[in-house]
Ligand binder design. Structure first.
Ligand code: ZN
Length: 256
C-alpha cells in the first residue's frame, strides 16, 4: 500500500493510466544500479529518484572536476574535488528522502558486478559510463545474470540509446551490435568526452531517455529502445532507430 505522502508526491504520474498505483508500487519495490554518475547518470538519477524508485545504487569512483560542471547537473561548483558517488547520494536524498540511496565510490568491474548484482537484488542496470571496456563488461555480466540493462552514450552532438532485457533468452546483446574486435580496430585511441567533446543538453536528452526507458520497463510498458538502437542527432533534433538482429558470430552470445 502506498502512504498518503507517496500518493501526494507521485500524484502526477499515478494519475496516468500507464502507471497508476500498481505501477507506482512496482517503482517503489525496484532496485536500480546506475553505473557512472556523469553527464548521463546525473539526469537519469535525478529523474529516477524523483519518480520514487525504491532503491538506487550509485557507482562511480571519480571526484568532481571543474570541467564536469558544464554537463553533470548533479554537481555544484562547491563540490569540486569531492567524491561523486557521495555527493550524488546527498543531492538525490535532498530531492527525495523517501527512497534508499547507496553510494559505491569505486569503478565497476566484472568481479564486483558479478558479486553485487545478485547480492543487492538489482532489477535493472543503467549503463551511464563513458568507457567502452566497462560497457562490454556490463553487457557480459548482465547477460549472464539475466539483469536488464539500459545503455546510452553521447559523442559531440550524437547520442545512442539501446536496451536489452536479458530476463528473456534469445535476444541480442551489445556485443552483437558492436563486436569488440571490430571496435578495437576502429578505435585505436580511447574516445570519450575528454578527447572529442560533448554538448551538455544532448547528455540531458539521453540520460532522461534512459530514465524514461527504466520507468517503462519497471512498470511493464513496452520499450522503444528494446533490441533497437535509437540514434539522436542533437544538431538536427532528429531520432532514428535501427532494429538489432542477433549476431551469430557474437563472442558473448556464443559462450552460452
Ligand atoms: Zn551478443
Amino acid at each position: 500500500m502506498l502512504s498518503r505522502k507517496q500518493l501526494q508526491r507521485y500524484s502526477r504520474q499515478i494519475m496516468l493510466p500507464q502507471v497508476g498505483e500498481a505501477g507506482q508500487q512496482k517503482l517503489a519495490g525496484a532496485k536500480v544500479m546506475i553505473v557512472g554518475l556523469g553527464g548521463l547518470g546525473s539526469p537519469a538519477a535525478l529523474y529516477l529518484a524523483a519518480a520514487g524508485i525504491g532503491e538506487l545504487h550509485l557507482v562511480d569512483g571519480d571526484r568532481v572536476e571543474l570541467s564536469n560542471l558544464q554537463r553533470q547537473v548533479l554537481y555544484k561548483t562547491n563540490h569540486r574535488d569531492k567524491d561523486k558517488a557521495q555527493v550524488a547520494a546527498q543531492q538525490l536524498t535532498a530531492a527525495n528522502p523517501e527512497i534508499r540511496i547507496h553510494a559505491h565510490s569505486r569503478m565497476a568491474d566484472a568481479a564486483w558486478l558479478q558479486a553485487q548484482l545478485p547480492a543487492l537484488g538489482i532489477d535493472l542496470v543503467l549503463d551511464c559510463t563513458d568507457n567502452l571496456e566497462i560497457r562490454y563488461v556490463i553487457n557480459r555480466v548482465c547477460r549472464a545474470l539475466r539483469v536488464p540493462v539500459v545503455m546510452a552514450s553521447v559523442r559531440g552532438f550524437s547520442g545512442q540509446l539501446v536496451s536489452f532485457d536479458f530476463r528473456e533468452a534469445g535476444g541480442p546483446c551489445y556485443a552483437c551490435l558492436f563486436p569488440p574486435q571490430q571496435r578495437d580496430n576502429d578505435l585505436p585511441e580511447v574516445e570519450n568526452c575528454s578527447t572529442v567533446g560533448v554538448i551538455g543538453p544532448a547528455l540531458g536528452m539521453m540520460g532522461s531517455a534512459q530514465a524514461l526507458e527504466a520507468i517503462k520497463l519497471l512498470v511493464g510498458l513496452p520499450l522503444s529502445s528494446l533490441n533497437r538502437l535509437q540514434l539522436f542527432e542533437a544538431e538536427r533534433l532528429e531520432w532514428r532507430a535501427l532494429a538489432l538482429p542477433v549476431n551469430g558470430d557474437c563472442p558473448v552470445c556464443a559462450t552460452e
